[in-house]
Design a protein around this ligand. Sequence first.
Ligand SMILES: [Zn+2]
Ligand SMILES: [Zn+2]
Ligand SMILES: [Zn+2]
Length: 491
Amino acid sequence: MNNQQLYAYRNENSFYKRTCDSCKKSVISIFHPASPHTVYCNECWWSDKWDPLSYGRDFDFTRPFFEQFAELLRKAPLVSLVIGDSENSDYTNYAMWNKNCYMVSSSDYNQDSLYSSYIFRCKDCSDCIFVSDSELVYESIDSKRCYSSAFLQNCSSCTDSLFCYDCRNCEKCIGCVDFRNKNLQIFNQPCTQEQFDEFRRKIVNHTAEFLHEFNNFKIKFPHKFAEIDNCVNSYGDNLIRSKNCQNCFDMVESQDCENCTLGIKARNCTDSIGVPDSELCHQVVGCPGNYDIKSSVLIWPKSSFLEYCLFCRTSNNCFGCVSLHKNQYCILNKQYSKENYEVMKNRIIEYMKNTGEYGRFFPIAISPFAYNETIAQDYFPLKKEAAISLGYGWADPDNRAEMVAGLPICTNCGKNYRLISQELALYEKIDFPVPQMCPECRRKRRMSARNPRALWDRNCMKCGVDIKSSFGPNRPEIVCCEKCHLDAVSG
Ligand SMILES: [Zn+2]
Ligand SMILES: [Zn+2]
Ligand SMILES: [Zn+2]
């Protein structure tokens, strides 16, 4: 299977205001106010004033499983936002241990950071994806341990640098590629401090134009086929210290995984996204710290032997359940004895084999999220009409569509966008003007700057050796193997 179905179950960045269906407070939520689901605020959802088993029902052997699951999914309360242990960080999702963060998703341990995804241990960062251990970094991608820099990609340990690609340990570099341990350079040529300052002043007011110019410069350099660092018998892209990982992306210290994305210390997982510290998971979306989970969505840590479950917490041996909390031996949120559970589960599996449902992931049409709210729209974009004709949900644009006098207008999509004071303070700190594009268009630009999560069999364009590259064959870059790239890097 491809990842489209899994991605359609992960809304990372679409936030709304809606009412908690329990306490009636207005809350920030990843569920659209018009969504038919029951949505509780975090406080209500995690409290014991309601019982997930009260939504239990018998399995009906005359109707499809997914149809029955969809009915339960509409009734059992879902949580408004997936957050924990954060401070003053209302607009964050799939995020833990953050402080003073705004519009940050899939990110942990950050402070004073904005408009970012997949950032870890960052401070005063904005508009970043896959950035870690950095401070005062803006508009950067796949970079770590950087300071006071902007528009970096695949860089590490760089300071006071702008528009650099694949540079390490550089300081005061602008528009440089493949550099190691350099200082005061513009377009890979030495410059004086005065020239650097003057050039910086010039380009920060024309970032979109300069980005275009830099991309034209960058393309002349040989590009590494994929980012694979200290791995054994593994292929994919953005893999670090992993072993026996096949067709995996954005994984760290993982082992024996296949077709997986986003995982740290994952073991024996297949066809999944978001499997940090998990083992033996198959076809799951967002499943940290768990053991033996199949075909499930968002399972909190310390769960095991779940199948076709969604939004469950610390539960074991359950099938087709929603929003459980410390339960076991349940089917469609109904309690069984251990013995009856096994008998019933096996009967349902046999039945689902006959209906052709068993082994398949949940259909996109019953996702609690609209297609265009999820990361499926990033990787497998669809037009509204196409999505609706396939039976997928579609969320109409949020209130950004309303034109408000006095607010800036995005140069890309023509919509209004807001600037918050925390953001303005950060631009001042990093000495950058206010961006001309709205946050969503900026996010899309960063997403498209990363290679797709796909591989092509190609040959190194220098030595001819076989490579599996995330650069497709029609791309204009010179793509080469690790060794040829190393030969080409100056340092
Ligand atoms: Zn509530
Ligand atoms: Zn825009
Ligand atoms: Zn080569």
